[in-house]
Design a protein around this ligand. Structure first.
Ligand SMILES: *Cc1c(COP(=O)(O)O)cnc(C)c1O
Length: 437
């Protein structure tokens, strides 16, 4: 196993997280189970918050809550002093339910429904990141109607392509997100925003991609934003006051993934930005970052119960588990890989190559050709680094109930998302009268 956060192997060979024996968690809460290492999550929040504060006069870290949106997670992150990015009405209401102040929220998205826009203005969401000229005009009209004056950031594309999966590269010209600096679209949008008397154009935003295992592309994007800020000053005589560098730092899914530490990442990127701003004669703005995966990813572990083990001689050994693409669609979506091991015999030598499949009516391979201690029916399989984009992307395919989630810390476990029930699964179904016997 990779040693992440508070994870360790107990003398009896069981995996322990947050001082809790995972075999006891599985017995109490059932499987599949999402386990969240609260101390690790809090440490990651502090690393962003404190490193930003050490380098900047004014700074704020925002948690991109789409990575794992639950009210308890929102509450933990808000308690650590972070704001939250929300990309829908549902994420907005979840952040508020967790106790995050509306002023510390930032609304994102390339399609903000009118109801979501109203909700944001009515609740007093602190910042809105706009993604198109159409959207800027829509905010102006709505702000006039509601007598509001929203603070907006413009999402600019710095034309930087980080090394990562193509479906999570988002900062290039050909992207549904943002407005290209290079093509002039971003400058046009600035002109429109400045002409809207109901909008306070506070600054610029960029987000170039996700699961990026270095800081160089981010430093480059930050430099492009600074250049664009100087161009806006030169053209309109307006000096914007905020720069948001987005999220995207990668995590350790496999031992060979070696992302920079959060503190190292933040200091490199912010130093590059500050140097560039100074060179351009721009005053230091409020500097923001929006990590998602790098806050919650490594803090999450999924526990599955091992079911049938099927050996196809000379071909492969299939191990079925009690979840699958409904609780983790990333292997199917992105070919994502994970580190797995037998959690009730975590000290045993991994000596058996197996392919782990989910229980869905698909070839839902979760983990292909992974080496684990010979699995037996009834074992517990631990999957590391499942905190981000697992529960958040979960579905009810095959009408499976979505799993429960617990936080663990100091030997205590707390249920933060209860397991769905049969009633939950049927709650939205309606049976027309003509079909009722
Ligand atoms: C997804 C997203 C993030 C977070 O990305 P991670 O890779 O999870 O850190 C930040 N900002 C925006 C606008 C996003 O869409």
């Amino acid at each position: 196993m990779m040693q992440l956060g508070t994870q360790r192997v107990r003398p009896d060979g069981h995996l322990e997280i947050g001082g809790c024996d995972v075999t006891e968690l599985a017995a109490t809460y059932g499987t599949p189970l999402y386990v969240l290492d609260e101390a690790h999550l809090r440490a990651c929040c502090r690393a962003y918050r404190d490193t930003l504060a050490a380098h900047c006069q004014r700074s704020k870290a925002f948690y991109a809550s789409k990575a794992l949106s639950t009210s308890a997670v929102a509450g933990i992150v808000a308690a650590e002093g972070l704001g939250l990015d929300v990309a829908s009405g549902g994420e907005l209401l979840t952040a508020l339910a967790g106790g995050a102040p509306a002023a510390d929220l930032m609304l994102h998205g390339n399609f903000k429904a009118e109801a979501e826009m109203r909700l944001a203005l009515e609740r007093g969401v602190g910042r809105i990141c706009v993604d198109s000229v159409d959207e800027i005009r829509a905010w102006q009209a709505l702000a006039e109607e509601l007598d509001a004056r929203p603070r907006i950031l413009l999402r600019a594309n710095p034309n930087v392509k980080p090394k990562t999966h193509t479906s999570i590269q988002v900062g290039q010209l050909d992207s549904k997100f943002g407005l290209s600096i290079l093509s002039g679209a971003a400058m046009e949008a600035v002109e429109v925003a400045l002409s809207c008397d109901r909008l306070e154009l506070a600054g610029l935003h960029c987000h170039i991609g996700s699961q990026v295992l270095g800081w160089q592309a981010f430093a480059q994007a930050a430099g492009e934003l600074a250049d664009f800020m100087a161009a806006i000053r030169d053209r309109f005589g307006v000096t914007l006051d905020e720069i948001d560098l987005g999220g995207g730092l990668g995590i350790r899914y496999l031992p060979e993934h070696q992302p920079p530490a959060i503190a190292e990442f933040v200091s490199h990127v912010v130093s590059a930005l500050l140097a560039k701003l100074a060179e351009l004669g721009l005053p230091e703005p409020l500097i923001m970052m929006e990590p998602g995966r790098s806050l919650v990813g490594e803090a999450g572990t999924t526990l599955y119960t091992v079911g049938p083990v099927k050996v196809i001689p000379g071909v492969r050994t299939y191990v079925s588990v009690d979840g699958g693409l409904s609780d983790n669609p990333r292997p199917e979506m992105y070919g994502a890989e994970y580190n797995v091991f037998i959690a009730n015999r975590a000290a045993d030598t991994p000596d058996t190559v197996v392919t782990v499949s989910g229980k869905h009516c698909e070839t839902d391979t979760l983990f292909r050709d992974v080496t684990v201690a010979a699995p037996r029916r009834g074992d517990l399989l631990a999957v590391q680094s499942t905190g981000a984009y697992n529960y958040a992307m979960a579905s009810n395919y095959n009408r499976l109930p979505r799993p429960a989630m617990v936080t663990v810390a100091d030997g205590q476990a707390e249920l933060i998302v209860r397991r769905e029930t049969a009633e939950d699964l049927l709650a939205c179904d309606l049976l027309p009268a003509r079909l009722q016997g």
